[in-house]
Design a protein around this ligand. Structure first.
Ligand SMILES: Nc1ncnc2c1ncn2[C@@H]1O[C@H](COP(=O)(O)OP(=O)(O)OP(=O)(O)O)[C@@H](O)[C@H]1O
Ligand SMILES: [Mg+2]
Length: 171
């Protein structure tokens, strides 16, 4: 077991391309449960992300500007190693539906195998966000649909800017 203290810091890892209200919901819940929650943005997982890592960091920092115990950071490599570096005893993951379960269970058990001192904690978002993913947000925006009620307003603005830039480029 890790030292008691380490359990008070949690890492919430993901690609957050882009951050949406399902993520925001989980981060808010985590901020209530833990002394500190670190939003860990994965570097290099997708070859062609819509938002650069720098943009994703900026967005998350802006959205959680008023949360003193939410930190936004980036990482590469093994998650349990990153947790060790941050002194975190908890990995937070969001569970939307049964479809998330199999992959999440595999990851949680592999992470436990790699470092039994780090515990994975699953949280469920408000039911109105259970169907939201970054992938579906990007798909809808690419087809001209609105995601205003599913993403923070800064993300909505930036998605519009990107769509505008792309349509101008095509014109
Ligand atoms: N709507 C949601 N409600 C609760 N948790 C969520 C939601 N969407 C994602 N998560 C969780 O957030 C974490 C980071 O996920 P990730 O960055 O892959 O987001 P995503 O929306 O699934 O993006 P993508 O569609 O690119 O996979 C994971 O634990 C994931 O299960
Ligand atoms: Mg995902």
């Amino acid at each position: 077991m890790t030292e008691r203290n380490a359990d008070h810091i949690a890492i919430y890892p993901g690609s957050f391309d882009p951050l949406h209200n399902g993520h925001v919901d989980i981060i808010r819940r985590g901020a209530r449960l833990f002394d500190r929650i670190v939003v860990g943005i994965l570097l290099n997982i997708e070859k062609a992300p819509l938002f650069t890592v720098q943009e994703r960091v900026e967005i998350a920092r802006e959205v959680f500007r008023d949360y003193a115990n939410v930190e936004v950071d980036t990482f590469d490599g093994l998650l349990v190693e990153y947790a060790r570096r941050k002194g975190a005893g908890v990995i937070v993951r969001g569970l939307r539906a049964v479809s998330d379960f199999e992959y999440e269970m595999q990851m949680a058990l592999m992470n436990r195998n790699l470092n039994p001192g780090v515990e994975t904690v699953f949280m469920m978002p408000s039911e109105m966000y259970t169907y939201v993913s970054s992938r579906i947000v990007k798909e809808v925006v690419a087809l001209g649909g609105s995601v205003t009620n599913l993403v923070p307003s800064i993300v909505d603005d930036r998605l519009r800017e990107k769509r505008h830039a792309r349509s101008t480029l095509r014109a």
